[in-house]
Write a protein that binds this ligand. Sequence first.
Ligand code: NAD
Length: 251
Amino acid sequence: MAVTSEALPSDALVAVVSGGASGIGAAAAAALAARGVRVAALDLKADEVAAPAVGIACDVSDDASVRAAVGEVAGRYGRIDIVVNNAGIAAQGDITDNDDEEWRRVLDVNVVGMVRLTRAALPYLRESPAAAIVNTCSVFASMGVRRRVLYSASKGAVHSLTLAMAADHVREGIRVNAVAPGAVDTPWIQRVLATTADPRAEREALNDRHPLGRLARPEEVGEAIAFLATEASGTTGALLAVDGGIHDLRL
Ligand code: NAD
């Protein structure tokens, strides 16, 4: 079970990171903690959250669960300055493959989950002198990728949500940005590769599709999230690619 680092200064910023038990969310939590931010990782698997982040059980598809988790963070620290909307789930297939129930399930986590957490945290962000929201989007938001229609649509919505929220809250001093990773070497990708006939060959093919010649490391995305959350004081409404050039470079 994760524990709080009591050594951090009491006036340090406080962040909530959804999906903070694994992959990109865990890396973002670590990068924020390295900057002195106190981090609460909201996840279905709260027990798997690594210190110094504190794990708090939360299902972003359940509004009561999100409100309870945010209430617990605010009760513990008295403030919330940063929201990292990162929890997301995968979906594969073309337009015929996912039924209505699957569309609702994936959009409910990937899109409405971000709305729920932001809505619950907004009163605290409005009190913060350094309020920031970072959403985990994807290169799939603006690329045509075969057999990813539902997942791509969910990430397209995350990009639009980021722009609209940035516009709504810029005058309140709340910055809203997003990261757009390509393939990142997290448990997620490892699960996807494990379902293929030849995972090693699939990984090589994936490496080759990225002009940088490899998948991103979770830490590289975590650093980009922490940068947008704590250092990019003049930036709002931006989509920061961490994709090894897959979106913009045609080699
Ligand atoms: P991951 O599976 O390693 O981690 C996701 C975490 O989210 C897990 O800890 C999981 O328990 C948690 N989670 C899932 N559903 C949840 C829910 N309903 N409520 C609370 N927590 C929940 O995945 P990852 O690769 O780190 O992906 C994180 C984000 O990055 C996702 O939004 C994903 O779409 C995005 N992304 C990933 C990649 C990639 O290649 N890995 C690329 C682009 C974007």
